[in-house]
Design a protein around this ligand. Structure first.
Ligand SMILES: Cc1cc2nc3c(=O)[nH]c(=O)nc-3n(C[C@H](O)[C@H](O)[C@H](O)COP(=O)(O)O)c2cc1C
Length: 233
């Protein structure tokens, strides 16, 4: 099979945004759940054995108090992508066990860590500092989202296109998006357990963020981000 490996780069960059436009909820037509299945019968499900909605209870948190996150809590969240040497696997699934994602941790306020961008090494469970500081022009990168001001950490989840396309060609791009979803959801649920607030964020200026992280746009792209902090009660 001849694997194509270039349309995912074209697709990614042709869907990049440099500004954000809002559509009010009222203008979005909500499809009825039974659209297309008008005459089929329905079966009522028993009560779930756990109150999933209330017990897992994840909700986006956008109002943070700016207080530092403890290093152990950051470590616990990053462990969602930590490599387990005995199994060779991680908490999140990965197509072909390639693990093509990277997590960059932008520290604004974490106990005993200086501000800057760190790359997470899932094999050694270490942070490698690659950039200093937490600049205010980040606000523009996130289209002036207020969380930039009050969060303690931003996570940038990138996809290594070079790695994932080697096995799957352009289809690997899809897998990368799915895997980022698994990772972000795992982090969100663990964060809830340890009282760290999170909101995932797909609204960022792709070019500016990739440029800020010095990524090669044909090899590695930011596909997701997450704000972390302590909820402002
Ligand atoms: C792919 C994706 C992108 C999102 N991007 C943003 C974003 O750019 N800014 C933001 O404030 N929330 C963003 N969210 C969070 C949603 O707005 C939020 O999940 C939704 O309103 C449901 O609320 P809940 O998370 O509290 O259940 C995003 C969620 C997803 C799944």
């Amino acid at each position: 099979m001849n694997l194509k490996r270039d349309s995912c780069v074209t697709f990614h960059w042709s869907t990049a945004i440099t500004r954000i436009s809002y559509v009010s909820r009222e203008n979005i037509m909500r499809a009825k759940i039974d659209d297309g299945y008008p005459d089929v019968s329905s079966i009522e499900m028993p009560q779930p054995s756990k109150e999933i909605n209330t017990q897992l209870g994840r909700r986006s948190v956008r109002e943070f108090n700016g207080e530092p996150i403890s290093l152990i809590n950051l470590s616990t969240l990053l462990a969602c992508y930590q490599h387990n040497p005995s199994s060779g696997r991680r908490v999140v699934p990965s197509a072909g066990a390639l693990y093509p994602l990277r997590i960059y941790v932008h520290v604004k306020s974490v106990d005993s860590l200086s501000q800057g961008v760190y790359m997470y090494d899932p094999y050694s469970h270490e942070l490698l500092k690659i950039l200093e500081g937490f600049e205010s022009d980040l606000k523009e990168v996130f289209f002036h989202a207020p969380m930039v001001e009050t969060c303690s950490v931003i996570l940038y989840i990138t996809l290594r296109l070079d790695k994932v396309t080697l096995k799957y060609g352009d289809r690997g791009y899809r897998y990368g998006l799915m895997e980022a979803g698994h990772l972000a959801q795992s982090i969100s649920l663990v964060a809830k357990e340890i009282n760290v607030g999170t909101v995932v964020c797909g609204g960022f200026n792709d070019l500016k963020l990739g440029g800020y992280l010095n990524l090669d746009p044909t090899k590695e792209v930011v596909i997701y981000s997450m704000f972390l902090g302590l909820e402002d009660n």
